[in-house]
Design a protein around this ligand. Sequence first.
Ligand SMILES: [Fe+2]
Length: 404
Amino acid sequence: MKPSKPFRVRFLAFAAAALAAFLLFRLMRAPGTLGLLNWNPGYRPIVYAILALGAVPFLLAILYEILRGIPSFRRHRAAGLASMAVSAVCGAASLAAVLFLSLAPNRVPEPLPRPGILDPSKGIPVRSAPEGEPYLRLAFSSDPHWGRAESDAEARASILRTVDAGDYDAFFLLGDISEMGFPEEGFREAATDLERLLTRVPLRPMMGNHDALVNASGRWRKYFFPADHSSDSGSPFYYRIDAGRAHVLVLNLLWGEEDFDHDQRAWLTRQLETIPREDAVVVLSHCYFYASGYDDPETGSPWYDHPGTIREVVPLLEAHGVDLAVSGHNHYQELLERNGVSYAVIGAMGGVPDPAPTYRSPASKWIRTSTFGFLEAAFFRDRIELVFRDSRGAELHRAVVSAE
Ligand SMILES: [Fe+2]
């Protein structure tokens, strides 16, 4: 028996609403989406459009029911057909968007370039250092933004060559590897250059807010977290890397605290509670905690002393005596200190430098704008010696952080 028209109207309206809800759910669950909407209100109309894809068929179906109950209204048939047509179009649009978002950003043509990537679960072997020599030497830089024409490719390559020749035990690339994870060009160019230019020093890439765009975390993983690698947390985005008496805790903070969910918080707390206090603890994240910066000229958003990460994460770092937190996100080099924790911002790997800071963080000790470079950290039993270097390795600033 053919279902009645009122049933078909209701069924199609429910289906359209359910598909729109599923699309919204998929989008909001993708790492980086919440942060994007938070920090760039200009993208919020996309959410309103998805809500309309679900709400309009629903409202039309209700209207049809009301009209059906009015005896003098004679165009039931046309109203029912209009409602069903709108539901079908909205439902098809949501379904197409779900399929596109699920498939397109995750398709990666093989073979991929294969830079020498460090497996977090294997840790970093330390040196049997004689007295006065460091047992571990790490290098950090962030925000190279491959795939954007305005990024400084020469500075980027120079940093990689300098790090490769610098006798480091690992190089951490703290995110915004690409301008956009989807489309794919940025990741491919990045992986090709990293394979070519970083031949001796193992690389540990992290995901930044630009890399996650749009629903591209799956693709990021294919490039930078190979299938045979693993991590203690089970996540490719946050994990612990041990290097003798030094412990690197990589966090997944893209735009801010939006992706710092219950699981990540519980994992971080567990690590900080179990690592011996006398060991060196370095926290790495794409988004910064304390930083100088500016008000975004387009959105008005404040790009400095991050209220969300300071509220949600910093109390844990302070309570457990974290020695150093290194981040990118702001395209400067900066050293800061607050309540016993040192903070370094090293978003200087070739991405377009940010505007001159109009806000100087009270925690700031030193800042350098418009100079590309990287940060070096040499680990001794009692201290970490930090050197900010330019793209050719010349020293810009030096500081010592206690590791006790
Ligand atoms: Fe960036």
